[in-house]
Write a protein that binds this ligand. Structure first.
Ligand code: GLU
Ligand code: MG
Length: 399
């Protein structure tokens, strides 16, 4: 059993008021057997064993405020209206913390060895959970690591993003450490990003995102998909970068996402075209959305990206120009002329953008939208007057 108002739980604990349901109603959590994760690596504790669920009405019909159902519907709509299926992968960064933990310099071999046996254990655990991790590597920030996993169908990719966090936290716990996916752990520090890689296949499973003649290798479909995301970017950030401290991470010179544009191999582009290795370019080619972090529900975040991209395809939005320079060196007017969009400067600004974007609002049931806005505004109110350092610490404890 589950309670509708639980959808209004804020990250800091209390249920947001008002919310559309109050004390009324009941739901069922229906486990999806395809999501089973079972990690059995330790003698002293029970296996980590869980399923992801859809929140459904008591008669098991879909509940119109379930984020996982919302993503399923978005992916079905993409397929129905374009014949395309989404392939995706979430690349997630996190920090390890703990009284006995020694951390090494950014990107270093030492950083990797100091946390032994975390690396091999986390790879084994993710493998057992069916998540197909690709690598475990030390990142730039202090105690920061990253785990990308193999691309999969859209829903599976979002499920894996959610499951990865649980498995990583468990492995850290078993070693007496803590793993945190908080977007920023210190206002002056390095952010934990979640980069969402997306490409498309047609009904025969052929990749359709790549065209060697297109700008940066973008097919017309992929370019319009990117245009749709950029068109609605400020409102999308309310879902992809949904914490107060998410906005300490976004912006120029953080290697996260500096402005709203598409760039080839540019780590400050909101949509980056990653490099191609040897082998079939069409199979590798993908768009990397970088203005996301792990405060976001992966299902909601992927759903809004898909729906915005779908709109770009359906409306034939003009293909975005590829940028190739440090855009923070231009002034606002020049950036405006080039069609570069600023990212929202705060969660409040992103929520305002959501409220003024009728297209994005129209994708949601009234209840889910009202609930989301109330949760996020309540979250902001909890941090009113709190210094950024303390705000980071509070999120560090939660995520
Ligand atoms: N830590 C960066 C972020 O917050 C990403 C660095 C990278 O892997 O490109 O998104
Ligand atoms: Mg990284």
């Amino acid at each position: 059993g589950w309670v509708p108002a639980d959808q209004a739980l804020t990250p800091f604990g209390p249920i947001a008021e008002p919310n559309p349901w109050g004390s009324i109603g009941d739901l069922r959590l229906l486990p999806d057997t395809a999501t089973e994760a079972r990690v059995d690596l330790w003698d002293e504790v029970s296996p980590l064993h869980f399923f992801l669920c859809d929140a459904a009405n008591t008669d098991e019909s879909p509940w119109d405020s379930c984020p996982r159902t919302f993503l399923k519907d978005a992916l079905a709509r993409l397929e129905r209206e374009t014949g395309l299926r989404l392939v995706a992968s979430f690349e997630q960064e996190f920090v390890l913390l703990g009284p006995t933990l020694e951390t090494g310099p950014g990107f270093s071999f030492e950083a990797q060895r100091l946390v032994e046996p975390f690396g091999p254990l986390v790879m084994a655990a993710l493998g057992q959970a069916g998540i197909e991790p690709e690598t475990f590597l030390p990142e730039y920030g202090e105690g920061q690591f990253e785990i990308p996993c193999a691309p999969a169908e859209g829903l599976v990719a979002a499920d894996r993003a959610a499951a990865t966090r649980e498995v990583v936290r468990e492995v850290a716990r078993r070693l007496g450490h803590r793993a945190s996916f908080a977007p920023m752990t210190d206002p002056e520090g390095v952010g934990n990003g979640v980069h969402v890689h997306m490409s498309f296949v047609d009904q025969e499973g052929h990749p359709v995102s790549y065209d060697p003649e297109g700008p940066g290798g973008l097919s017309a479909t992929a370019a319009r998909f990117a245009a749709g995301i950029l068109e609605h970017l400020p409102a999308l950030c309310a879902f992809t970068a949904p914490s107060v401290v998410s906005y300490l991470r976004l912006g120029p010179h953080h290697w996260s996402a500096g402005f709203g544009y598409v760039g080839e191999r540019d780590r400050e582009a909101t949509i980056r075209i990653p490099p191609l290795a040897k082998g079939n370019p069409a199979r590798q080619f993908n768009l990397e959305f970088r203005a996301a972090d792990a405060a976001a529900c992966p299902h909601l975040a992927l759903a809004v990206l898909v729906l915005a991209g779908l709109r770009g395809i359906k409306e034939d939005l003009p293909e975005p120009h590829l940028m190739e320079r440090d855009l923070s060196k231009l002034d606002e007017e020049e950036r405006g002329r080039l069609g570069i969009r600023p990212l929202p400067g705060s969660l409040e600004a992103a929520l305002d953008a959501l409220e003024s974007d009728a297209v994005v609002r129209s994708w949601f049931s009234q209840d889910l939208l009202d609930c989301y806005l109330s949760v996020k505004r309540t979250e902001i109110s909890f941090l009113e007057g709190v210094e950024p350092k303390e705000a980071c610490e509070r999120y560090l404890r939660v995520y």
